[in-house]
Structure formats: C-alpha cells, structure tokens
Design a protein around this ligand. Structure first.
Ligand code: IPE
Ligand code: IPE
Ligand code: MG
Length: 226
C-alpha cells in the first residue's frame, strides 16, 4: 500500500494532561502546541501532503472564557513563532472552519499567514478553527441551493472547506475517547481511524510513524472485495 496523502488529527487530551501533572488545563494546551511542531516534522518525513489538525471546534465555545481566550492567545503566539519557518520550509498554511467570529487581529494574522504561504507545496497544514462538520455540510448545501447547482457528491464536496483536498486516508484521535466530535464527518466515510490512548502532549513522532506503517499494511475495500 502506498503512503497516505492526507492525515487528519483530533488533538485531544491537553486539559486532562495538565491536571494530571497537578497543573492547569491551560498548561496542557501550552505543552500540546509543542507536539504540533514535532508531528508536522513527522508528516514531512513521511511524505504526507496534507495534515489537518483539529484545534478548535464550534462546540469549544462552551468552555470557560478563560480557556477560550488562552487558546486564542496560544494560536496567535504559534503563528508569530512559526510563520518564518513555514515560509522557509515550503509549508502552506490553510485554515478550515468559520473564523468570522474570531477577534479581528487574529483573523488578520491568519489571513496574512495564509497569503504568505499560499504558493508553498511541500506540505499543506490545515488548521481547523471554529470547525464543525455539520456546519460545514449545511453551508455547502446552502451555497448549492442558492446558486441552483445540482446536489450531488462532487458538488457537495467542492463546497466544503476542504475543497480540492483529498479525503484523509488516516484519522488519528489521541486522548482515549472513541468519537469523532463533529470532525470531517463527510470526508472520513472510508478513512482508517486510529484511536490512541495517550493524551496529546504525550504523543510523539514515533507514535505517528507507527500509525503510518500500520496503515500501509491495511487492506482497504471501499465497499468492494479485494
Ligand atoms: C485539546 O484537548 C482539544 C482542544 C479543544 C484544544 P482538550 O482540551 O479537549 O483536553 P481534554 O480532552 O479535556 O483532556
Ligand atoms: C475535539 O475535542 C475538539 C478538538 C480536539 C479541537 P473535544 O474535547 O472538544 O471533544 P469532546 O467534547 O470530548 O467530544
Ligand atoms: Mg477533549
């Protein structure tokens, strides 16, 4: 089996990790960001072309304001720290989700980062922000109906935030929870899903590589017989 092109990740377990260390949930988020860097490296080393990271869901607004604010702060810092590297290492940054509600300065920063990296082609990192799969599917249908475009699989796909991106072959969820939490429901209809016990801050490059190897040994049928 050839290498996967697209790996999607639900980076779950930061909060529990922070509490387990007798620190705050936010401490767990800070440590979680460090792992993102490592996993991007691992993805590049494994010739992955698209890496989609679930960073903030449409339902994460339900969290205490202090935590939501901290996550935005981390995102801002992350872009500030990584943008030069993305530019130098030929990494394209793309945001999926509805960031209309985000603070203006952050929206501008994200827009700028996407613009400055838009021609890069080593790997594309999709950060899912205020992302919800149901919202994404509804906005796709809404667009099609408004433009009187026929509703079929191709047209629905072409109006998702992931337009032009192949469906993920692999979806990883860390944090010992066995659910999709409104992530890529349409796109993962035939995706191989790996539920990992480790909390996100403990996940490492080797764990990622092991998953890729396991995937390569899998037989995928897509409903047929092989
Ligand atoms: C990270 O893990 C996911 C984000 C929303 C950033 P959590 O914050 O959900 O951590 P747990 O699952 O509560 O431990
Ligand atoms: C999914 O994790 C969202 C992200 C990783 C960004 P959650 O922690 O929000 O999901 P639930 O609430 O456990 O289903
Ligand atoms: Mg969680």
């Amino acid at each position: 089996m050839s290498s996967p092109k697209h790996v999607a990740v639900i980076m779950d377990g930061n909060g529990r990790w922070g509490l387990k260390k007798n620190r705050t949930r936010n401490y767990g988020h800070s440590e979680g960001v460090k792992v993102v860097e490592k996993i991007i490296e691992a993805a590049v080393e494994n010739q992955i072309k698209f890496l989609t990271l679930y960073a903030f869901s449409t339902d994460n607004w339900k969290r205490p304001n202090k935590e939501v604010k901290f996550l935005f702060h981390l995102l801002e810092k992350y872009i500030d720290n990584q943008l030069d590297k993305f530019i130098n290492k030929n990494i394209k940054l793309n945001i999926i989700g509805n960031i209309g509600k985000f603070p203006k300065f952050l929206k501008n920063k994200l827009k700028k980062a996407q613009n400055l990296t838009k021609n890069n082609n080593k790997i594309q990192i999709n950060i899912a922000l205020n992302y919800g799969s149901k919202e994404e599917i509804i906005q796709s249908f809404t667009k099609l109906i408004k433009l009187s475009i026929r509703i079929n699989e191709r047209n629905v796909s072409d109006n998702l935030y992931t337009k032009g991106i192949p469906d993920p072959e692999i979806l990883i969820r860390t944090g010992n929870r066995f659910r999709l939490s409104n992530f890529l429901l349409w796109q993962s209809s035939y995706t191989e899903i790996f539920f990992i016990k480790k909390l996100w801050p403990d996940f490492n490059k080797n764990d990622f590589k092991k998953i890729i190897l396991k995937f390569k040994r899998m037989r995928r049928n897509f409903g047929g017989i092989k």
